[in-house]
Every structure is written in structure tokens, then in C-alpha cells.
Design a protein around this ligand. Structure first.
Ligand code: NAD
Ligand code: ZN
Length: 360
């Protein structure tokens, strides 16, 4: 047995208001005055002085506001990299992603593609990246995906929705400031929070489970129950807890895998552009058969927080569209193997997936 030797985020700050320290933290990483820090910031913060006034720009540093309405694509990453290469003579000193999973993944992917030849779609998969990325920093502003801690950056490409999983993907520095999450809209808070809950269930119920993943997964699972069922603590405490749940949930899947909900949700995302958080909720709602206790808890949480999920999103799809989603889902072999075991192909048939998709 060869055990995997995983990198982790090398530095992390945690605390309300810690975002104020960003400038001081990154300044020593400046290579020279011509090598800027490029900030990729969710455009929900455009014109929000409370956040932007705390980003101190020096020399040629620059903020790019980017919409999170659509999830990152390989061509978007390639365009950003080209824009940066054309605009600056020197390679940037660093890339700082500020936002949810969408912006964090963009920052990771851009940092990788600034030092690796070709186009990002060629790196979708496992361990295809050859050169270390440039210095990259993640600042989450919504909690749940675990993208701040993970070894992947999920991109939708021309052929598939798949992560760039590599030792060079994790952030060099993360700033966990739960205060930044205070204005997240309720529904989005739930969807992205449930991403974390689903990571825990898929990890804890998976065949890849081991003590490493279990220890993180159980902690995150308990935090999710405190947050979404027991409502235990002040608003601020709940924000702090969810930020740490996201971190632990992400750590839990580092040494295992996600499962059925993610496999099917990637299919929805690829064909319909359904976003990760809400897509996972729509799928997970139909997965009693695979995760009976987890789905029962999920339904309870939905009820407590008055969440109504869209219905019938697959109602008008044609055969070839179902087939596209099924191809994407079935292509994620490690997820199925984790969820169902080595012989997953015996039970996970195309017809089975079609029936599940038809219920959504
Ligand atoms: P997101 O980044 O797509 O953001 C969701 C919405 O919340 C957006 O409208 C955004 O503008 C808004 N928002 C974010 N912060 C806010 C704030 N503080 N105040 C108000 N609005 C705010 O959401 P997400 O669920 O965090 O990320 C989903 C993405 O993460 C997907 O692209 C998915 O593939 C990716 N993902 C990556 C990993 C990984 O390990 N790399 C894991 C899970 C998901
Ligand atoms: Zn997820």
C-alpha cells in the first residue's frame, strides 16, 4: 500500500476582523515593484467600501471584480491568465481570491496557469500540473464548500466538469474572517452550508473512510447539527462555527472522497448550469436510498429554515440531455467507488441514474 502524501494550506489566520491583516501578511511576498498582487474579488462587493477600503493597493496592484453568477470555466481561467500576462511585464507576486467557492477556485486555477503551459482544460484531472503555482491566498466570504482548504479547483470545461487536483492547488495562505460572511442571503447560506453537510455524509458513509477523514468529518457533522438544527449560539458564534465546519468538511474529503450527491450534481451543473450548492441540495433530497439518516436530517433542516427547493428541473429534458448528465456523473469513478464500493458498476446503471434525475 502506497499512502498519499498530501500538502496542506501552509498558513492560516482565524478571527473576526482578521481580514484587516491581509496587507501586512502578503507584503513580504512581493517580488518587486513591477510584480503586482492581483485580487480576484466577487463583484457582490463592488462598491462595498466596508470590504474594498480594507484592500490596500500599492504599485501596480489591481482588483478584478468577477461575477459568481456562473461557476468557473476553463476558458474564463485562460482569459484571465492571458489578460494578466498581457498587462504586466512581470509575473504577479500573488493572486488573492476573495469570495465563495467560485472566486476561491478561480484564484487557485489562475495561480496554477500562470506558471504552467497551455490551457487549463488539459490539467483537469488528477496530478497533471507540472510546475508550482505562484503564491496564492484565499479569503472565503461564505462558508461551506471547503474550497479554502482543498487540493482541487473545480472547473467546467468543454468536455467535463472536473477539478484540477494537484499538490500545487492548495492555498499558501488562508484568512478565515467569519465577519465577512455576515451579509450572505439566507437561501445561499443554506445551500452552501449544506455543501459542507453533504461532504460530511458522503465522507462518513463512504467505503474510503479512515480515522483521518472520520475525525474531521464527525466534527464538521456535529457543527452542522449545532448550526442548522439546534441553532446553538449567537449569530456571530454560528458564523464562526460554520466557517470551521467548512474547513473540517474539506479536510475530511481530502483523505477520502465525496459520493453520489456530488456525482449527480456535477451532471446537473454541466448540462443546466445548476450551481453547486443548490444542485447538491436538489440531488441529495432524492438520495434516501443511499444515505437514509443524512437525508432525513437534511429534510428536517430544510423545514426548520423554510427552504423550498426548485422542482421539475429535469422535467422537459430530452434523451440526449439525460445521457449527457449520466455520462458526466458516471465519469466520476472515484466518487462511485467511494459511495458504493469496488463493484459499483453492478448497481449504478444508466437506467438507475435516469430514474433519479427524472425525480429532480
Ligand atoms: P459562490 O462562490 O458561487 O457564491 C454564491 C453566491 O453568494 C454568489 O451570488 C455570491 O456573490 C454570493 N456571496 C458570496 N459571499 C457573499 C457575502 N459575503 N455576502 C453576500 N453574498 C455573497 O458559492 P459557493 O457555494 O461558496 O461556491 C460554489 C463553487 O464552489 C462552485 O463553483 C463549486 O464547484 C465550488 N466548489 C469547490 C470546491 C473545492 O474543493 N475546490 C468544493 C466545493 C465546491
Ligand atoms: Zn461540494
Amino acid at each position: 500500500m502506497i499512502y498519499k502524501n498530501y500538502p496542506m494550506v501552509s498558513r492560516v489566520v482565524f478571527g473576526r476582523g482578521s481580514f484587516n491583516q491581509l496587507g501586512d501578511i502578503i507584503e513580504p511576498k512581493r517580488l518587486n515593484v513591477k510584480a503586482p498582487f492581483i485580487y480576484l474579488v466577487d463583484d457582490v462587493f463592488k462598491g462595498n467600501a466596508e470590504l474594498t477600503s480594507r484592500i490596500s493597493l500599492a504599485y501596480e496592484d489591481h482588483i478584478l471584480f468577477i461575477s459568481a453568477d456562473t461557476e468557473p470555466t476553463t476558458s474564463q481561467v485562460d482569459d484571465l491568465v492571458e489578460q494578466i500576462i498581457l498587462n504586466y511585464k512581470d509575473r504577479p507576486s500573488g493572486i488573492i481570491g476573495i469570495g465563495g467557492g467560485t472566486l476561491l477556485d478561480l484564484a487557485k486555477a489562475v495561480a496554477i496557469m500562470l506558471t504552467n503551459e497551455g490551457v487549463s482544460k488539459d490539467y483537469q484531472g488528477w496530478d497533471l500540473v507540472k510546475s508550482p503555482a505562484i503564491y496564492h491566498v484565499g479569503v472565503p466570504t461564505i462558508s461551506g464548500t471547503g474550497a479554502e482548504v482543498s487540493r482541487t479547483t473545480v472547473l467546467t470545461g468543454p468536455e467535463r466538469k472536473l477539478g484540477i487536483n494537484s499538490d500545487y492547488t492548495p492555498f499558501d495562505q488562508v484568512i478565515l474572517d467569519p465577519e465577512l460572511t455576515k451579509d450572505v442571503p439566507k437561501d445561499q447560506w443554506f445551500y452552501t452550508g449544506m455543501d459542507c453537510f453533504i461532504h460530511c455524509v458522503e465522507s462518513l458513509k463512504g467505503t474510503y473512510l479512515n480515522a483521518f477523514s472520520q475525525s474531521y468529518g464527525e466534527k464538521a457533522f456535529d457543527l452542522c447539527k449545532e448550526i442548522f438544527i439546534e441553532d446553538k449560539g449567537t449569530k456571530e458564534e454560528l458564523q464562526d462555527k460554520l466557517m470551521m465546519a467548512s474547513w473540517h468538511g474539506g479536510m475530511s474529503i481530502a483523505y477520502s472522497q465525496v459520493g453520489v450527491a456530488h456525482a449527480l450534481s456535477y451532471g446537473l451543473g454541466y448540462l443546466l448550469g445548476t450551481k453547486h450548492g443548490i444542485g447538491n441540495c436538489i440531488v441529495f433530497d432524492q438520495l434516501e436510498e443511499f444515505y437514509p439518516e443524512g437525508v432525513a436530517l437534511f429534510k428536517e433542516m430544510k423545514k426548520i429554515h423554510n427552504i423550498t427547493l426548485p422542482k421539475g428541473i429535469c422535467a422537459h429534458l430530452a434523451d440526449d440531455e439525460f445521457n449527457t448528465m449520466i455520462d458526466v456523473a458516471l465519469g466520476l469513478e472515484p466518487l462511485w467507488e467511494n459511495a458504493v464500493g469496488k463493484n459499483w458498476r453492478q448497481t449504478i446503471t444508466r437506467e438507475k441514474l435516469r430514474t433519479l434525475y427524472e425525480k429532480m
